[in-house]
Write a protein that binds this ligand. Sequence first.
Ligand SMILES: Cc1cc2nc3c(=O)[nH]c(=O)nc-3n(C[C@H](O)[C@H](O)[C@H](O)COP(=O)(O)OP(=O)(O)OC[C@H]3O[C@@H](n4cnc5c(N)ncnc54)[C@H](O)[C@@H]3O)c2cc1C
Length: 456
Amino acid sequence: MAGLVPAIHVFDTWRDFRGCPGHLVRRRASLLPGHDDELGDAMPLPSSVDAAIIGAGAAGLGAADALKDSGLSVIVLEAHDRIGGRAWTIQASPEVIFDVGCGWLHSADRNSFVAIAHELDFEINKSLPPWGQRAYGNAFPQEERDDFSRALEQFYERAWQAAQKGEDGPAARCLEPGNRWNPMIDAISTYVNGCELDQVSLLDTEAYEDTNINWRVRRGYGALVAAYGASCPVALNCNVTLVDHSGKRIRLETSRGTLTADKVIVTVPTNLIAGEAIRFTPALPSKIDAAAGLPLGVDDKVMLALEDADAFPTEANLRGATMRTAMGTYHIRPFGQPCIEGFFGGRFARELEDAGKGAIAAQSIDEIAGFLGNDIRRKLKPLAESRWATDPFARGSYSHALPGHAGDRAALAAPVEGRLFFAGEATSPNFFSTAHGARDSGERAAMEVLATLGRS
Ligand SMILES: Cc1cc2nc3c(=O)[nH]c(=O)nc-3n(C[C@H](O)[C@H](O)[C@H](O)COP(=O)(O)OP(=O)(O)OC[C@H]3O[C@@H](n4cnc5c(N)ncnc54)[C@H](O)[C@@H]3O)c2cc1C
């Protein structure tokens, strides 16, 4: 795997104006927490353990942490050369920290990573997200913005009312026919769900518990997750391809050899289960079906260095009233850093990934120039862009339930024969698609393991 970082493309262009070779950026990225070369292949693969956990994302690390004082022998098997999965912080330039995956402590008043951040001495930033604020520049005049906000609120109200009836269906059903803001409401869905509203289960989306409190971690959410998992026993570069539960002990085939376990916790993203990148013997069609009902949509981020940054506001929002679903949304100078972070979702994000490396950055610079004028082009230089659909061990960004599949989260989470357990963000009943939902699900699966041993 070239560079071992398929979920991201790091640009060389920034060296032109920073005078620093691009490979140093890669090196810095690889040396951040969660990418610790010392872990590497150093953890030998045991031939037998009490419990094996597949995947070292927030869920797998949550499970390992919950089992650490259990007396069980535990190993976490991780296909990548770093821990954290879809939680990943890089130093995109000397001045810019970039959360390539999760960035916001959603529902922060109920988010288990908040207490962990305090314990690990990670500073939390509580400033309000810029999403609902006045947009910078003239591309989205405030009266238009207010009108859009009203239309969005009315859509959410209709969706809530419809969900109360208990009948599932596509959330797109709750769009008001002919409303001029419908494409932009759909764009919001691509950011929140990773897909357009025609793909989203109404009942599932209403099951998500959003407390509207969103905080951030100054050193990066990915760095926090990596620090949380730093003491967990992880075998890196260890791709599990087969879970054979036909015998007395479960046999795992991996890229680093075979091992056996009494209990196995599976935390890999749903698209890998549905696509049988990881296989089960005997087959588990109910798990494949449930995972297929909870696909990962696509969301990607781009980080652009911003010259002359002091001329721009910090923590500001930038977007236009473009009346399209295929559009980005931008965060100007997060944490005051000299940069603009762009966010794309849904079919458009997938198309941009398909268009090849650099397409997301090029699109974002064109779009920003459309809002602020062509002079801005010379001030923007791409630093890095994510490519989550291309990452073979993610195959997307976060899960949504397809219409009619709200029940699949519980079906995926259910243990099999008291020895195969399932965690990961997609199994969370109320905090799916988030890092804390993933962590809590890992803890839940660990408790299920202990319960089968009479230790709950
Ligand atoms: C662009 C983007 C923005 C996001 N923003 C936010 C946000 O602001 N707030 C928030 O809370 N969440 C956000 N999320 C979602 C959040 O990052 C995820 O929900 C969470 O990190 C998922 O954790 P997980 O443990 O379930 O899965 P993962 O993190 O995907 O972990 C699974 C692990 O399994 C490994 N793996 C896969 N297959 C195998 C195999 N066969 N063998 C061994 N290992 C394997 C993978 O490499 C990975 O490390 C965002 C995600 C993305 C992509």
